[in-house]
Design a protein around this ligand. Structure first.
Ligand code: ADP
Ligand code: ADP
Length: 236
């Protein structure tokens, strides 16, 4: 498959000062390559989520620049950034079925119905949730809901996937299987030529180590290290 739509994500001297005056991010410089799986790891409060949310357009950038696919996105709303985000709490619409949850963003974007149907069913198959399409979120387990949340991101064919602690609410066994599932999905989408640059936030070092092509270690709103898992954890 050819490479369609892949986007590098570039952060230049990115800063975040919250309205209360607290400075959470202190000049982050980072290049995330086309198709790369980048993990942000670090202790609670180190600004993983703030940084991710600035890439998503959910938090204002108060200094520096963020580029997605060579386009400066500082002033773009989330819907114009070519991103799809998966949240820790799933953020599904409770009154809608799984099908409609996955279809909703595409309907808003005026994607034709037959194309929506095709994408939803393809994504459902990938995530093994075809049997659940008529259910509502409250009729499913946490792991099932999280698969739906990932499915909802896939159908939009975004240039960049953003994951904010997506597995933190799952039990240990499910976390391991979802880890594998998301890593395989990254490979599979790439093979299919669909865009698969992923940024994944976690406080879990094992998750970081097993999932990332590279890992960006944050502390107190600064980058401590950026490297492959092998180089980060196996150096003498
Ligand atoms: P992480 O995702 O690594 O746990 P966050 O990005 O959520 O960290 O938070 C980084 C820092 O910014 C923390 O010290 C947090 O208390 C602070 N923070 C987060 N949101 C706000 C806010 N709306 N106003 C002020 N400070 C905030
Ligand atoms: P709307 O209410 O917005 O008109 P519909 O519920 O009529 O949307 O669904 C439109 C199409 O989506 C249907 O023709 C069907 O192909 C598909 N669809 C909807 N729900 C499901 C489902 N649970 N499983 C499979 N396909 C579905």
């Amino acid at each position: 498959g050819g490479r369609i739509n892949m986007a590098e994500v570039v952060l230049k001297k990115v800063e975040k000062q919250y309205p209360n005056g607290f400075k959470a991010v202190h000049g982050i410089d980072l290049n995330i390559k086309d198709g790369e799986f980048m993990v942000f790891v670090g202790p609670s409060g180190c600004a993983k989520s703030t940084t991710l949310r600035m890439v998503a357009g959910l938090e204002e950038i108060t200094g520096g620049e963020i580029y997605i696919g060579e386009k400066l996105v500082n002033d773009l709303p989330p819907k114009d950034r070519g991103i799809a985000m998966v949240f820790q709490n799933y953020a599904l619409y409770p009154h809608m079925t799984v099908y409609d949850n996955m279809a909703f963003g595409l309907k808003m974007a005026k994607v034709p119905k037959n194309e929506i149907d095709k994408r939803v069913k393809e994504a459902a198959e990938k995530l093994e949730i075809t049997d659940l399409l008529d259910r509502k979120p409250k009729e499913m387990s946490g792991g099932q809901r999280q698969r739906v949340a990932v499915g909802r991101a896939i159908v939009r064919k975004p240039e960049v996937f953003l994951f904010d602690e997506p597995l933190s609410n799952l039990d240990a066994k499910l976390r391991v299987s979802m880890r594998v599932r998301i890593t395989q999905l990254h490979k599979q989408l790439k093979e299919e030529g669909q865009n698969a640059t992923m940024i994944y936030v976690t406080h879990d070092q094992v998750e970081a180590m097993t999932m990332g092509d590279r890992i960006c270690v944050l502390n107190y709103g600064k980058i401590m290290q950026v490297d492959t898992p092998l180089n980060l954890y196996n150096t003498p």
